[in-house]
Design a protein around this ligand. Structure first.
Ligand code: NDP
Length: 385
């Protein structure tokens, strides 16, 4: 029987289960590109429940224990004495979420001789050393598409929040103030501004579609151009690279995957190309942005606001400078784990496990690494060097 080691974020500080604000969530059965939402059998939770934390267990326990497998669920993931390291040597499957990543480094993979499958409950498998996983014959899979719209909605929210100066204005109201001039001295309309996304994959394209009605000029760059009809429909301006895009826009959205050659993609040289007073949004990965270069760019006024949902490492240390730098709209990696998003990635995780244990192929669109090489979505969106 297999040991499944699942790392999830801790329970709410107020305890589990929480009182939910709503009684149900809408049922989403397919995505914009025609892909169907996960279709597991015997779903072990009610959609809309908090399953992304330790007590929620992604709703997996009944299914796995019913087959006689052992499920370990922990949030203790870092350091040699962590529960994660304790159970890793005899784990056959590791499940982790990007929000609270159990970093599966080459060193850890070397300590896991039985490991066959690493599942990302969500999207983005950069917390796994994909090269080492490929060499060790480990399959890596993620729940492609599960929370793309959750993230796209977060991006739209932060575009408006930054440009309209929403967070400081809200703070004034909460503190009992009425100082309108302070609130509006950094507040603009987005209408007529130029917005550009670096990568127009599932999330990037969804963001462009959602921003179209706001009357922005829309730009994008991506290694592969979108179909001509999509460019026409959305009025998109294509740029051959990120450097030319950032020179042409007021708001930049970073939406590309993290892999070795995209680390520190946003560095001093890239910031130097931006328009003074640009806004930067990053729900992709924290390591795409040079930590200290961003602080310099914000402090110099080059960047008028930064809304990042992602950090490195995660959780970020309490003294991480992005927590306190001016004009930030930081969040602790929550954009893809709304109750709506987690219902789909938990269902997708179950679907992947059922495919594995029933010896059926895992959907190609969920594959990142298989057979010793990048595969499926991994072959399209990641590089190993
Ligand atoms: P997709 O795979 O659909 O899209 C990624 C896009 O990035 C592809 O179009 C790809 O190009 C493009 N790309 C790859 N390399 C580059 C590059 N060097 N420059 C510009 N574009 C590049 O992924 P998603 O849209 O679903 O997700 C994107 C990322 O968002 C994930 O990798 C993950 O890191 C992050 N994410 C964050 C979440 C959160 O909770 N904050 C949740 C979900 C995802 P092409 O394939 O055309 O070659």
């Amino acid at each position: 029987m297999a040991k499944i080691l699942c790392v999830l974020y801790p329970d709410p500080e107020s305890g589990y289960p929480p009182k939910y604000a709503r009684d149900s969530i809408p049922e989403i059965t397919s995505y914009a590109n025609g892909q169907t939402a996960p279709t597991p059998h015997d779903l072990g939770f009610t959609p809309g429940a908090l399953v992304g934390c330790v007590s929620g267990e992604l709703g997996l326990r009944a299914y796995l224990e019913g087959l006689g497998h052992e499920l370990i669920v922990t949030s203790d993931k870092d350091g040699a004495n962590s529960e994660f390291e304790k159970h890793l040597p005899d784990a056959e499957i590791v499940i982790s979420q990007p929000f609270w990543p159990a970093y599966l480094t080459a060193e850890r993979i070397a300590k896991a001789p039985r490991l066959k499958l690493a599942v990302t409950a969500g999207i983005g498998s950069d917390h796994v050393d994909l090269d080492a996983a490929a060499k060790a014959g480990i399959t890596v899979a993620e729940v492609t598409g599960s929370n793309s719209i959750s993230v796209a909605e977060h991006v739209v929210m932060t575009v408006l929040a930054l440009v309209r100066n929403y967070l400081p204005s809200h703070e004034i109201a909460v503190r009992g103030g009425w100082n309108i001039a302070d609130a509006v001295s950094r507040s603009y309309d987005v209408e007529g501004m130029h917005f550009g996304t670096i990568a127009a994959g599932r999330i990037g394209l969804a963001v462009l579609r959602r921003l179209k009605p706001f009357g922005l000029h829309l730009h994008y760059t991506d290694p592969h151009r979108l179909p001509h009809e999509t460019e026409q429909e959305l009025g998109l301006t294509y740029h051959p690279d990120a450097a030319s895009l950032v020179e042409a826009v007021d708001i930049v959205n970073l939406q590309m995957p993290l892999y070795p050659s995209t680390q520190d993609f946003f560095n001093d040289a890239m910031f130097a190309r931006m328009r003074r007073g640009s806004y930067l949004i990053n729900t992709a990965r924290g390591r795409l942005v040079d930590r200290d270069a961003l602080v310099r760019a914000v402090e110099s006024g080059k960047v008028a606001g930064y809304a990042g949902d992602v950090w490195y490492p995660q959780p970020a240390p309490a003294n991480h400078p992005w927590r306190t730098m001016p004009y930030n709209g930081m969040t602790p990696h929550i954009s893809g784990t709304s109750l709506s998003g987690q219902a789909r990635y938990a269902a997708g995780t179950l679907e992947i496990l059922q495919s594995y244990f029933e010896q059926r192929p895992i959907r190609d669109e969920y594959m990142i690494v298989a057979g010793g090489a990048l595969a499926g979505t991994g072959a399209k969106s990641y590089k190993l060097d």
